[in-house]
Structure formats: C-alpha cells, structure tokens
Ligand binder design. Sequence first.
Ligand code: DAK
Length: 259
Amino acid sequence: MAYEFILVEPQVAPYVALIRLNRPKEYNALNLQLMGEIRDALSVLDNDDAVRAIVITGNEKAFAAGADIKQMAGKSAVDMLKIDQFSTWDAIRRTKKPLIAAVSGFALGGGCELVMHCDMVVASETAQFGQPEINIGVMPGAGGTQRLTKAVGKVRAMEMVLTGRFISAEEAKDAGLINKIVPVALYLDEAIKMASAVAEKSPIAVQLAKESVLKAFDTHLQEGLYFERKNFYMLFATEDQKEGMNAFVEKRKPDFKGQ
Ligand code: DAK
C-alpha cells in the first residue's frame, strides 16, 4: 500500500514490523490522513503471519506533537461528529498484536494518546509527554483523561491535563507511563529489541495475554479473572503450548508456529 505520511517496514527484524510517522516539518502532527494511514497499516500488519510485534515511532525531535491544530481550528462540533475520528482510534485500539512505541522528543496531545494506545513504551532521554489541549481551549479527546489517569494517577494526570505541563522521560518512567529510557541514539534499536523479545514467543499466547491485560482496564476484577481463565484454558488447544512445554522438558529452545 502507498502511504504519504508514514513509512512502513514490514520486517525491520524477524517477525517485527516498523511504522514511522513521517511529517517531520510539522512535528508529525496527526492529521486525518496520517491517522487513517496508521489504521490501514496496522490492519495489514495485524493480518500478516510474518509479523508478530509492531513498533511505532516518529523521529528524534518528535514522536507526534498532537492532532493537527491547523486542520482542526475551523471545525464545528457537527464537522467533528461527522468526521468521526473515533472509529479510526478505536480500530487502532483493536490491534491484536503488541504495539511498542519508540518515543523521542515531543509526544503531546493525540501523540501522547497514541503512545498510550501502545502496549509498551521505550523513550529516549529527550522525550517529553504532555496533554496540552487546555492551552488551545479544549481537552484530551482520545483517551487522555482516562488512560493517563490510570497510568500516572489522579493528581499527576490532573496537573498535566489542567495546566498542560509536559513531563520528562524520567518523570514518565517514575509515574509508570513508559517502560525504559535510553540514550537518543538507541531508542529505536531498544524498542525493536523489546519487540523481538515478544516476537520469539507464541503469537497466539501473546495475543490472548495482551487481550487479557487490556481487559483489566475495562472491567472489575472477578470478570477479568474469568476472562483470563478462559484464555488460559484456550491456549491448551494450541500446538504452541505443546511445543513450549515439550521444549522445556527436552531442554531446547521452542519453535513457535502460531498454531
Ligand atoms: N498541529 C499542527 N502543526 C503543528 C503542531 C500541531 N499539533 N505542533 C507543531 N506544529 C508545527 C508548527 O506549527 C510549526 O510549523 P510552521 O510554523 O513551521 O509551519 C512546526 O510544527 C514546528 O513547531 P514550532 O515552531 O512551534 O516548534 P517549537 O520547537 O517552538 O515548539 C511544540 C514545539 C511541540 C512545543 C509546539 O509546536 C507546540 O506546542 N505544538 C502544539 C502542541 C499541542 O498543543 N498539541 C495538542 C494538539 S490537540 C480526537 C483525537 C485526538 C485529539 C483530538 C480529538 N478524537 C478522536 C476526536 C487530539 C488533540 C490534540 O492533540
């Protein structure tokens, strides 16, 4: 598929794909076309058996500085309703394979929300996270008030959402928003390494495990535990479970086929 605002490498490492946001002059501001391209690329990669984990990145200066303010500025509420960006974000959220964000520079507004749609996050030392929508007279619209609060807690989320203050990579790590911080030269390699570690596992077990962890955000404990239990049983119907356990007993590395 031809894309204008993203670059896609389906095999940046074995079983690992890379999506790079590519509007560098605009700090990767997320216009509607770019978001549609991310959605389309994820759908293709999610259905490709040669892909088991997907890294999403921007460039050193910006992961993404938020939704494209110039594109949004003149819109009415009815325009926004008709555009229905939520279906695009919902489709991204439904990606079954693990998403790893590789963040350097600004991850703001929709950019920070896109990071929070990912399952793990590697950041460079220069990364900054923020929900500055309040500065332009609005508020987060793609989960910023909900996912951020669950990730960093009420008072820090309130401060970020109500004052627009950016937090550093260090603060984001302390707060539990990201997994690790590495020097700028290494952030993408480190994210690919993290994706490769996941890609070595059984893709079916990974998919069901991701689904189960995400369930913890949607439901209360007992229902989540039942959901986890069903997925756990289901994995005993896979060849990968036999392969994984036999490999352990035979003291060899498992060769997972995704069956
Ligand atoms: N939109 C459009 N252009 C942007 C942009 C943005 N968000 N951020 C940066 N740019 C452009 C700038 O206009 C400038 O372009 P030129 O003037 O050179 O043509 C270029 O990128 C470089 O920016 P600066 O000159 O401002 O660079 P600085 O280093 O001085 O500052 C900055 C960098 C990132 C701190 C600053 O640009 C900035 O504050 N940007 C805006 C950040 C922001 O407010 N982000 C939140 C946007 S609102 C929804 C889903 C999501 C959303 C809404 C709804 N639904 C599902 C309904 C999300 C909303 C948002 O994200």
